[in-house]
Design a protein around this ligand. Structure first.
Ligand SMILES: Nc1nc2c(ncn2[C@@H]2O[C@H](COP(=O)(O)OP(=O)(O)O)[C@@H](O)[C@H]2O)c(=O)[nH]1
Ligand SMILES: [Mg+2]
Length: 277
């Protein structure tokens, strides 16, 4: 995923082929605005494209706080939303593991995806490996009622992670279900620390519509971008943060439980420029 190596090849030809640079950045889903700005800057400011590239990326993230919001008093509550297969359940396990390793005690996962066959079992397997608690209802049960039950002992937990169904038959359904879940959680805990929208980076720019639908249904506070390890669209981060002004908070870098990184400009730039200084 070494973007700069390719850019270097494109730019260091005798006369920089800016059309190719443009095409390349667009093909990596950096988006039109970013790409045009980078090329403009390059035309105006000239040679040091590494610094220019870094600067342009840094500017895109400006003003977005990637800090994860944790409660001072227990519990901290995170809700995970996103399309089917985007990596919600895996990310829940990863986030639980992340905070467990940091010393957070009493973690509860709530299996709010009662719709997809296997989703409850999938979460149960992670729960055993992680040695955390789970609240699960029957398949096809009303997710809000499972979540309601799960939160009955909310004060006993340091961290509560709520899985949800990714079905997006219509925006209206999604809206109704997530609004109901949001209400139930607030009525039980009086807080939602984070609503994480879990997005598959393999989807590239096509995921913009999903972000749009989910942000209309519930107040998304952060994005978890998954499958960054296999994505051909590492640039998609840029148009997402530009358009929605929602920070990316975590990034999934593999299928293993430890393959999760807190997002930062430094992490991102190092990933995409592959150590080039
Ligand atoms: N390579 C890779 N695969 C991932 C990542 N996150 C999730 N997956 C895989 O994506 C698939 C769908 O994940 P799942 O958590 O079931 O998605 P959900 O339907 O949103 O709950 C699984 O096979 C996961 O192992 C990631 O960061 N990298
Ligand atoms: Mg799932």
């Amino acid at each position: 995923m070494n973007i700069l190596e390719k850019l270097r090849n494109l730019i260091s030809k005798k006369s920089a082929n800016l059309d190719e640079v443009e095409e390349f950045l667009l093909s990596k889903n950096f988006g039109v605005r970013f790409t045009e700005e980078f090329i403009d800057k390059f035309k105006k400011e000239g040679k040091d494209y590494v610094e220019l590239f870094k600067k342009t990326v840094k500017e895109a993230f400006e003003g977005l706080d990637t800090t994860v919001n944790l409660s001072k008093e227990p519990p901290t509550v995170f809700i995970f939303v996103g399309s089917n297969g985007s990596g919600k359940t895996t990310s829940i396990a990863k986030v639980a593991n992340f905070y467990k390793k940091k010393g957070l005690k009493n973690i509860l996962l709530i299996a709010g995806d009662t719709f997809r066959a296997g989703a409850i079992d999938q979460l149960s397997i992670w729960v055993e490996r992680l040695n955390v608690d789970i609240m699960k209802g029957k398949p096809k049960a009303d997710p809000a009622s499972v979540i309601f039950d799960g939160l009955s002992k909310a004060k006993d937990y340091g961290l509560i992670l709520v899985d949800t169904s990714g079905r997006v038959e219509t925006n209206e359904n999604l809206l109704k279900e997530l609004t109901k879940i949001e209400k139930v959680v607030l009525s039980k805990t009086s807080r939602i620390n984070e609503v994480f929208l879990v997005m598959d980076s393999l989807t590239g720019l096509n995921s913009m519509e999903q972000v749009d639908a989910f942000t209309k249904a519930i107040k998304v506070t952060g994005i978890i971008l998954t499958k960054f390890d296999t994505s051909s669209y590492p640039g998609v981060v840029i148009p997402i943060v530009e358009k929605f002004r929602i920070p990316i908070k975590f990034i999934g870098t593999g299928e293993d439980i430890n393959d999760l990184e807190e997002f930062s400009y430094d992490f991102y730039i190092n990933k995409i420029i592959g150590g080039v200084q």
